[in-house]
Design a protein around this ligand. Sequence first.
Ligand code: TXA
Ligand code: MG
Length: 347
Amino acid sequence: MKVTIVNTLILKNPSQNDINQAADLLKEGKLVVFPTETVYGLGASALDETAAARIYAAKGRPSDNPLIIHLADAEDAGKYAEISPCYEKLASLFMPGPLTVVLPKKACIPFSVTGGLDTVAVRVPSHPIAHKLLLAAGIPIAAPSANRSGRPSCTTVDHVIEDMSGKVDAILDGGESDLGLESTILLPRGDNEVVLLRPGAITIEMLTENGFTVSLDKAVTEKPKDNEKPLAPGMKYRHYAPKASLILLDGTFTAVSDFMKLSPSDPSVAFLCYDEQKNDMMQKKAIFLGSYSDSRSQAHNLFDALRKLDQDASITTVYAPLPSKEHIGLALYNRLLKAAGYTVKSL
Ligand code: TXA
Ligand code: MG
């Protein structure tokens, strides 16, 4: 489907009236980008096949990669999916919030939204603008991350304008995304058992503390083989990749900072590094993600950093530390591994 929108309405600090206007557009089958606590979402009615097709066209997304449906309230899930005690427990603990749960779908959700799967991914965002928009629309909103397919997800309105201007009907500007990485995706396997399909801010540690047994889908930490289908179809695509080759450095903080410090200054080489390295990186192209001990800041800044690297065409190689797999570190680890096409250098 060709995308033919010419004027994109940009609504900064949207009032309730602006949000109502955006909700009306969604009800008419149009495309609206909205902020969430994870990343910006590219929304359309999840009950309308043509609207869903518009999302795929605007993103340039393969049609076998299913969309997450967004709801105002966790209790609404039963209208669109078969809920279970496991869903109810997850919802009471973590919704609204950065969690997506895959459930058997009901017939009202078209297969064009679920990439042909008989399951549907459900999420209840906590961002106040997203919540008000979903309430005003009164329908489930299918929304992938608002980036062009293959690019880092959008965490600022500038990123959204870069990727989606002229391709969507409206953009609600909610400032910088708080978390900066997409939601955790879980597939329930039993009452207290889940498979982690994509790591995010709801961490394995948070789930186990609350009595869940968590298994990790292989695609989170390993490169899927050509004939392998990860449980979250989107995990097989090489997302977030900067134009330069990205190489992850596997070693202690000291080994990584020494490697970066001792690398000759070269305009074709850039570094993603920690704030603690600032004094060592003066003569080099470096982007600082946050303090070594502050994984949340690193998560918040990662996608903006990957986009900034693409703005300097002279950079051909980028080095970044391989994050730890603990807490939200696992989400960073997963996104960086994918961005690097799984290229890791041991120090
Ligand atoms: O934080 C987020 O989840 C953001 C915001 C906008 O809500 N959305 C987001 O959507 O990241 P997207 O489309 O970029 O990523 C959705 C992931 C893809 O990897 C997709 O394959 C997987 O969720 N997914 C969607 N429906 C699924 C299903 N029924 N079964 C398994 N995986 C599914
Ligand atoms: Mg995405």
